[in-house]
Design a protein around this ligand. Structure first.
Ligand code: XMP
Ligand code: MG
Length: 179
């Protein structure tokens, strides 16, 4: 079972649910005069995005993008690559990027600049923020939980594509990395 590899739970399923309700209400109000494009960054944002949009009672559209900055393991490569673009026309639109986590900030800085360059108004919501990991200047507009600089998995976050389906966010046991 996946749970055997987890050292401790950082954010529980219930905490995530409560936070999604809280953020959903705020977003519903902030976007009440527009139809935002809720843009999930694949693949990590999928569980959070699904949870969040249930609690926004208003007009919205969804789309997805894939970028890569990680090539397996637990360290960022530093380079961001666009793998799959949006299908939606975005000039003049309000876009809310949904991310699983902000660490160095490189992924979101790249994406925000790319979308703004195409004429969108861009805001960011992230489930998790690791401010200690930041190497470029970028801040989310909405944050679920601020966490310490530890490698986490679950609720969309993976270690070599595993653990994304855990219903909570947890820290992996060291022996799992060394296997
Ligand atoms: P940057 O460094 O560009 O990172 O802000 C954003 C992406 O890095 C991945 N990331 C993690 N993935 N556990 C993970 O499973 C972590 O602790 C972690 N920290 C960063 C993640 O894919 C995110 O989109
Ligand atoms: Mg990611």
């Amino acid at each position: 079972m996946l749970e055997q590899d987890i050292k401790k739970v950082l954010v529980s399923e219930e905490q995530i649910h409560e936070k999604a309700v809280e953020l959903g209400k705020i977003l519903q109000n902030d976007y009440k005069n527009t139809t935002p494009l809720i843009l999930g960054i694949l693949r990590g944002s999928v569980p959070f995005m699904a949870e969040l949009i249930k609690h926004i009672d208003g007009e919205l559209e969804i789309d997805f993008m894939t970028v890569s900055s990680y090539h397996g393991g637990t360290k960022s490569s530093g380079e961001v690559k666009l793998i799959m673009d949006v299908d939606t026309a975005i000039n003049g639109r309000d876009i809310l990027i949904v991310e699983d986590i902000i660490d160095t900030g490189r992924t979101l800085k790249y994406l925000k600049e790319l979308l703004e360059h195409r004429g969108a108004r861009v805001k960011i919501v992230t489930l998790l923020d690791k401010p200690e990991g930041r190497v470029v200047e970028i801040e989310p507009d909405y944050t679920g939980f601020t966490i310490p600089n530890e490698f986490v998995v679950g609720f969309g976050l993976d270690y070599d594509e595993h653990y994304r389906n855990l219903p909570y966010v947890g820290v992996l046991k060291e022996e799992v990395y060394k296997k």
